[in-house]
Design a protein around this ligand. Structure first.
Ligand SMILES: Cc1cc2nc3c(=O)[nH]c(=O)nc-3n(C[C@H](O)[C@H](O)[C@H](O)COP(=O)(O)O)c2cc1C
Length: 197
């Protein structure tokens, strides 16, 4: 798929078919992620792939209980926001049905003499963006989430994630139930500053 078309249509896909995603495709996603730029090529990232139905059910039950009240109470001034929050609620309430969750994790490794949190997050986000673009290229839907933040201790315990590893993004992946649409973003003229602010 053309790179520019992928970027234009790489929307959060929150309605996913429960069909499994083949392991070689999951490896392609992680391969794409690990092609990303990162500070000093330190590659302080790790990827935990969650497919185990029993674990997804246990985590999903906790997430639904903790996240539903805040999703429901968020302001929804427009139909677009209403749809987005409905989609977020669908995703969290179908956590166990999402075929694959990939947790993008970061380690404090750069710069080696004084590892910094800022460098850690700067490593994992380009990798996560590469991952969702790779998914788009393969026809897979994905959504960045921070769902782990509502149950971090439980995620760590279930997945055996060491205490010094940070959880950055929890990305849901699967074959889209609906199509891919164009992303809606501000016009370039609103955010572009030529030569000075
Ligand atoms: C750091 C980050 C955290 C996000 N967290 C969530 C989330 O917890 N749940 C969710 O449904 N979407 C989440 N999203 C997806 C955004 O809501 C989505 O990208 C944004 O609304 C724009 O929609 P679009 O990507 O479909 O164009 C997150 C995106 C980013 C980059």
């Amino acid at each position: 798929m053309d790179l520019f078309e992928a970027m234009e249509t790489c929307r959060a896909v929150r309605y996913l078919k429960p069909e499994p995603v083949a392991e070689d495709l999951i490896e392609k996603l992680v391969h794409g992620a690990t092609r990303a730029s990162n500070p000093g090529n330190s590659q302080g990232w790790d990827f935990v792939v969650l497919r185990d139905r029993a674990v997804k059910e246990r985590l999903g039950t906790i997430l639904e209980e903790r996240l539903t009240p805040s999703i429901r109470s968020m302001p929804k001034p427009t139909a677009v926001e209403q749809r987005m929050l409905d989609g977020a609620h669908h995703l969290v309430s179908h956590f166990a049905d999402v075929p694959v969750w990939i947790l993008v994790c970061g380690r404090l490794v750069y710069p080696p003499q004084a590892p910094s949190e800022a460098m850690l997050w700067s490593s994992v986000y380009p990798a996560a963006q590469n991952l969702i673009l790779t998914a788009r290229g393969l026809g897979l839907g994905s959504t960045f989430t921070t769902f782990h933040g509502a149950a971090e201790a439980e995620f760590r315990a279930e997945l055996g994630i060491p205490n010094d590893v940070r959880l950055a993004v929890t990305i849901g992946i699967g074959w889209p139930e609906r199509g891919f649409g164009p992303v809606r973003r501000k016009p370039v003229a609103e955010v572009l500053h030529w030569d000075r602010w």
